[in-house]
Design a protein around this ligand. Structure first.
Ligand SMILES: [Mg+2]
Length: 359
C-alpha cells in the first residue's frame, strides 16, 4: 500500500435514515410530530435507542441513559421500541436500494453502503442517491441522508455532513481537502481511548495524522494503525460486501470504581437492553449468551451458555445473564473492573440450516 493518496473511480453511497426509530414512531402517530420523542424501554435503568431531532436539540442522544435524557429535557415523550415494525420498514428501504444496485451492505436496520460504480442508466452517483432519497420519502414517508464518495470511508463521513434530509458529494479530487481538517474522532474506529493517545502527540485532525509514520501508528493502535495510516491519506479499498457474516456482538462497561460481584447484576440490565437493541438493529438472532469479566487484578473471565432455541426476548436474555452471573465458580473475594455481555451462534429463524454451514 502506498504512502500517498491513490484516487479510484468507484462510486459508493452511504444511505442513513434520519433518527430512524423515532421518525417511524412520529410518522405513525401524528401527535408525536415536532415533539421531543425518545424510543426506549420504560424503565429507569434503560438507555435511549433513538431520539427525534426535537429531543436532540436538548442534547439527548442515542445510547444515553434515560435518567440523563430526562434531566436534559423534562417534556420527553417515551415510546417503547416496536422492532418488528422497524424491521419491516428496513426491508422496504432495502427493496428500494435493489432497484439501483445489487451491491448492498447493510450496517444496521437504518444504514447501508451501496456500490453504484456501474451506473446503469443514471448520469451520476449523485443522481442515484437523490432518486433513492426521493423514493424513500414518497413511498415510505421518511427522510434519509446520503453520502457519495469514492470509498466507504468517505461516503460514511459524508452522509453525516448535511443531516437530516441532506446529501454530501465528495469527488475523488476533493478527498484530501475534505478529510484534512476533520477531527480524528470522525474516523470510524477511532474511539475515546485512541483519541486520547493521539492527543498526547498533538494529533487532533486527520491532516495531523499524516505526520506520523506507519510504524508509530501501529505501535499506538496495533493492527488498526496500518488502516489508520491509509485512511489519513484517503485510501480505503474495502469492498461493499453483500453478505457480511458476523460471529458475535457484545457490549461492556468499565467501572470508575471496582465493584464486588454481588452488585454486578445492576450493571447488566442496561447492558442487556443495549445488546438486545444492537442485535435487532443488525437483524440477528442468537443462541449463545456470554458474560465477560475483568477483575481488579486484570484477570479476564468468561462464562457462556448456548441454548437449543434462539433467545426469544429481552426478558429471556436478562434471565440468561442473571443465571450466568450466579455461576459459583466466579471469584467472590475479588472486585471487578469490567463486565460485558455478548451474543453469538447466530441463526436465521426462517432457515433450518445454521449459518456455520455457510462458512
Ligand atoms: Mg440513522
Amino acid at each position: 500500500m502506498s504512502a500517498i493518496y491513490e484516487p479510484n473511480n468507484r462510486k459508493i453511497l452511504h444511505i442513513d435514515m434520519d433518527a430512524f426509530y423515532a421518525s417511524v414512531e412520529q410518522r405513525d402517530n401524528p401527535e408525536l410530530i415536532d415533539k421531543p420523542v425518545i424510543v426506549a424501554w420504560p424503565n429507569e435503568r434503560s438507555v435511549v435507542c433513538a431520539a427525534s431531532y426535537e429531543a436532540r436539540k436538548f442534547g439527548v442522544r442515542s445510547a444515553m441513559s434515560v435518567v440523563k435524557a430526562t434531566k436534559l429535557c423534562q417534556n420527553l415523550i417515551f415510546i417503547p421500541p416496536h422492532f418488528e415494525k422497524y424491521r419491516l420498514v428496513s426491508s422496504q428501504i432495502k427493496n428500494i436500494f435493489g432497484r439501483y444496485t445489487e451491491k448492498i451492505e447493510p450496517l444496521s436496520l437504518d444504514e447501508a453502503y451501496l456500490d453504484v460504480t456501474d451506473l446503469r442508466r443514471a448520469k451520476s452517483a449523485t443522481e442515484i442517491a437523490e432518486n433513492i432519497r426521493k423514493d424513500i420519502y414518497s413511498e415510505i414517508k421518511l427522510t434519509a441522508s446520503a453520502g457519495v464518495g469514492p470509498s466507504k470511508f468517505i461516503a460514511k463521513i459524508a452522509s453525516d455532513w448535511n443531516k437530516p434530509n441532506g446529501i454530501c458529494v465528495v469527488k475523488p479530487q476533493d478527498v484530501i481537502s475534505f478529510i484534512t481538517p476533520l477531527n480524528i474522532r470522525k474516523i470510524p474506529g477511532v474511539g475515546p481511548v485512541t483519541e486520547k493517545k493521539l492527543q498526547t502527540l498533538k494529533i487532533e485532525t486527520v491532516g495531523d495524522l499524516r505526520y506520523l509514520p506507519e510504524s508509530q501508528l501501529i505501535a499506538i493502535c496495533g493492527k488498526f494503525g496500518s488502516r489508520l495510516f491509509q485512511l489519513a491519506r484517503g485510501n480505503d479499498q474495502s469492498p461493499v460486501r453483500n453478505n457480511r457474516l458476523r460471529k458475535s456482538i457484545s457490549v461492556e462497561t468499565t467501572f470508575e470504581q471496582d465493584k464486588p460481584l454481588s452488585t454486578l447484576g445492576k450493571s447488566l440490565e442496561p447492558l442487556c437492553e443495549k445488546l438486545w437493541a444492537l442485535m435487532i438493529s443488525k437483524n440477528l438472532n442468537a443462541k449463545t449468551v456470554s458474560l465477560k469479566f475483568k477483575t481488579s487484578d486484570f484477570q479476564a473471565l468468561t462464562r457462556s451458555r448456548t441454548f437449543q432455541e434462539l433467545i426469544p426476548s429481552l426478558d429471556a436474555l436478562l434471565i440468561a445473564a442473571s443465571l450466568l452471573l450466579q455461576d459459583n465458580t466466579l471469584p467472590h473475594n475479588r472486585n471487578y473492573r469490567l463486565v460485558g455481555i455478548g451474543l453469538s451462534s447466530f441463526e436465521n429463524p426462517n432457515d433450518s440450516s445454521p449459518q456455520q454451514k455457510l462458512l
